[in-house]
Design a protein around this ligand. Structure first.
Ligand SMILES: [Zn+2]
Length: 169
């Protein structure tokens, strides 16, 4: 479970990537694990110890099984308000950290199967953060792709990441 390897080399093959992140739920659970240590956590609202948080249907939100306090794992990250599947974002990050010469909008469009506009926007967001975010780290075990400037409208219950390896804020 604990995977704190600081290694930045994305050793995942494309096949391994999709085995690990096959769908939206897998990506969300990965983010929950990185930011909150999993879906069992001490509830910051009711104080229940190791409370099970359940994913709400059709929403990127988990709720405390005791008091329904909600946590949005993507809050305050570049993934916060996106309508693009998280797998596409994860794969875009994967491409960025496995491709040394950079990834063009056209290439993202082709690889992700999204419109050029969406691909361009995803590329822009990732590029903007690439100085401070460790995407290889995100895919391997820890997240630092937070975007402090997009905190407006964060769903209530958003909790700052437990530990931020680099305090870029
Ligand atoms: Zn609770």
């Amino acid at each position: 479970m604990e995977r704190n390897s600081p290694s930045a080399s994305p050793a995942l093959s494309v096949r391994e990537f999709f085995a690990r992140f096959p769908n939206e739920q897998a990506c969300l659970e990965h983010i929950m694990a990185l930011r909150f240590g999993g879906t069992k956590l001490d509830c910051p609202s009711c104080g229940a110890v190791k409370s099970e948080f359940h994913k709400l249907r059709d929403r990127r939100v988990y709720a405390c099984s005791h008091c329904l306090f909600q946590i949005a794992p993507t809050a305050n990250t570049i993934l916060q308000d996106t309508r693009t599947p998280l797998v596409s974002w994860f794969f875009a990050m994967y491409l960025f950290c496995t491709t040394r010469h950079g990834v063009s909008g056209k290439e993202l469009q082709r690889q992700l199967g999204v419109t050029y506009k969406t691909a361009w926007r995803i590329g822009q967001q990732i590029r903007k953060l690439s100085g401070e975010a460790d995407f290889a780290g995100l895919l391997r075990g820890h997240i630092s792709a937070t975007n402090p400037s997009s905190g407006v409208g964060a769903p209530k219950g958003a909790i700052p990441p437990r530990a931020r390896p680099s305090s870029a804020a």
